[in-house]
Design a protein. Sequence first.
Length: 686
Amino acid sequence: MTSKQDGLERLLQQHLQDNKCLIVLDDLWSTEAWDCLKDVIPVSEDGSKILLTTRNEDVAAYVGPNGYHHKLRCLTEEESWELLQKKSLWESNGAGCEDLGKMEDLGKKMLNNCGGLPLAVVVLGGILRTKKTLKEWNEVHENIKSYLDRGEKIGKEGEVQKVLAYSYYDLPWQLKPCFLYLGKFREDSDIGVESLYQMWIGEGMIFENDRREQETMMNVAERYLKELAIRCMVEIKAYEEGKHAVTELESCRLHDLMRDLCLAKAKEENLYKLVDRSTSRDSPPATEAQYGLVLRLLREDISRYNLPPKEQTKHLSSFLCEAADWRYFNLGVRIMSQVKNLKMLRVLAILSFNMASQSCHLKSPLGYVGNLIHLRCLRLRGRDINLPYSLGNLKFLETLDLSDSDYDCKIPNVLWKLERLRYLYLPYWWKGPQPKWIPQPKLRLSKKLEILESFNNRLCYPEDVCKLSNLRSFKANAYKNLEDLEHIINNISNLDCIRISSLKINDFDFGSNRGLDLPDYKSHVFPDPAGLTQLKLHHTRIEEDPMGTLEKLPNLRILKLRYYSFVGQEMICHSMGFPRLKNLYLRGLGNLKQWKVDEGAMPKLSGLRIKYCPKLEMIPDGLRCLTTLEEVTLKEMPEEFNDRVRIENGQQGQDYDKISHVPSVKIHRVVEGTLVVETVCPSNPV
């Protein structure tokens, strides 16, 4: 145990001794895990209490032999059949079928293998959902029976696990590797589908000849994921209504039993090896991880861990390395010195590392990247990322993701050479100081791009955007140069295929010259950019009310007016304005005193955040009419303003009735250096 861990244990123990707490331990698997925790969790009759969940009865008995044990009951036969009908769409799939009675009998027989476990019933329903006839249902019944009779096991003992495993065997061949790939991600994590699709594509799991008319490869990947969801093998989350995105889905996640199945099958088929703290001291044998390796370790583990010998890793097609505690470690040189020999890599992701050379005389650790000529997907997150000119050698590269890298990232002007590059995520330059480097010339872009994020007019050519005829998602930062801003806005307007555009306008002093007032969107600068869905203004110093212009943008979903974007005193949102706006952020508008919202304005607004607008006098009366509003958040506002929306001693504030219909109203304020979040309870919750 390190001194840091020892100190944390003492701190936690002291806190729990001084306070009465409810401690929740979710999904505890082993008695050994409890042995590591029990000494720092003081539990007494009058003190803190523990609520523990586990699938292992022995663990519950070990932790609390005298405690209250609540054992969840399994589904009854009737409940199981009702759930199976729902998940298999039995009635609609069998509508008009003469064999419904026989199908029902088969379904109930198959349920005997599920043991009343909801997950097993749901997965069986997912299998049957794709079967429309009695013949197909009978095939499933016979296959499951045969599969169980063979006594094959996946993971733990029991028929329930075998039913889950059969769902894998029933998958179409092209979906099997996609499903197993999900096991690479953290347990219980929400997996972002955009990067998932790109890794699937990079691994060669999505097939060009599977594309339908007008489909991109990302569309095919999304269709695969939806098929897995239909079979109830993965949970999916769609973007909220009205949020424009290049994909319909936002994320997916695996039930932990399904993840166990992924890892077991991946091991059986030598697809990849997952190395975490529990396995880091074991050297993977030559027969394991022929195609993929995932390292998810703490700093001290990574510093000790060595890749297997070159002969055992020469077939690796994917390498994912992530620091488990999410810090930039000075271990990038060590990692890359081992990765440079993996010549067959198609997917490389190295996350949360410092890539600085230990000496100014040494080559950048990323200097070897250009030798990995089979790379399709390259994701780097960290500090001091210095990409070499040999990056231009990666003729097959489709994804370059630098989105979470620090401002000192260096990119050579070779992107235009990457003829297959479709997904480009540049660093967020504006988050840090002015970059130390300004490429000469500016970066030129590959013409086949479908996604381009964090485009920056100081570092790229705005006129290049109009050449990107396949662009579907475009997010840009515009700085100071009005001519560049015109190019960017015009390009958004002229690209018919674009589905999402986000624009942040920074450091334009529109207010310093009467000729530079924010132009009307019908003018030469804003020629009806129908594709613009997100807009952020920052330090633009607009003197005239910008709402009259911005409210005409037909597809604007998100609007953020930040520090010194507007320096006037009054804003008006007119009736019928902002027809699709979902979220509005007002922050750092130091001169704003009055804000008026007409009835009929912002008819779809769901979220409003106001932060540090110290002179704003009151909540607009028009908020009463915003029936779609779900959340209002007030941060760093004067107490006089906050008092107007509070209930004090049963007395409603002057503006309380304006927001009483909103389900969630929160006030964030700092009290003696501590952030306090106060919930204003509506009297008529929706």
